[in-house]
Design a binder for this molecule. Sequence first.
Ligand code: BDR
Ligand code: CA
Length: 312
Amino acid sequence: MKKIPVIMDVDTGIDDAVAILVAMAAPQLDIKGITVVAGNQTLEKTLHNTLSVVEYFGRSDIPVAAGSSRPLVKELQADPATHGESGLGTARLPQPTVKPHSMDAVSFLRETLEKSEEKITLVPVGPLTNIALLISCYPHIKEKIDRIVMMGGGAFEGNMNAVCEFNLFTDPEAAQIVFDSGIEIVMCGLDITMKSYTTMEDILRIKATGTKAGDFCAEAFALYYDRYVNNSRLPGCAVHDAVAVTYLLHPEWIKTERANVKVDIDGTETYGQTVCDFRKGRDKSMDNALVCLDIDREKFIGLLEETCKYYK
Ligand code: BDR
Ligand code: CA
């Protein structure tokens, strides 16, 4: 099977950790590296969490490079209320012994893309700071990016306010650079990720896999689940970032629509909103994204269970 070469960009984060687990278990993917950004927690913590996850789950061979410790313009506002003080809720992983790559994230991305004979898919599931820096500093590198399959934004809803999603809200300027870059984007925003939730029953099934990944996910979801059930309209917790990886593995489970997506960086109430134009009469030559709108949730949960079983 021809594998899809990917580089993930994460702000690990509970659902980032699950996304990494799904990607590392997938035979369809060739993970060339993981770059890390500040978002859900400080860079120090998101880097630590990423190293812990790759090492504990047996993939210390994947290079992990540290990226930006803050958004381009705004100050970092981490989200301990959702992801806990550590970033991984109440889950505890052993202290990692593996060290970050000697290059920073942008240099790592540049070198890996330049040296690659084939185009690589980028899978950012945090604020887009690292990706914006990469394409701003090295515009020629865009040719080596197959597409960007990302978690962020939302056509019809927000989670920071009525219209803005956390990753876009954290670094709107970076997101604007990425969406205006001309690179093809698959946007897994809140429209689909809020449909990709795990109920308590699902969490119990995940735990019942009896694997180290099942235990880790159940532990990590404990606070996260309460936060969602108490604060959102969902009957469970949204596993946002794993949806971007799922799109790569099973696009047939996902309903999409092409659109022209712009990021607002001027509005008072809409700063960081992804403004999605689906109108039939729009100038389709301006379309830059495939917007994901719906998913077969049962299949998605099945994939999470299968992923846990992989890590015996
Ligand atoms: C996004 O923000 C973070 O809480 C998650 O890791 C996800 O990337 C959802 O809005
Ligand atoms: Ca994330």
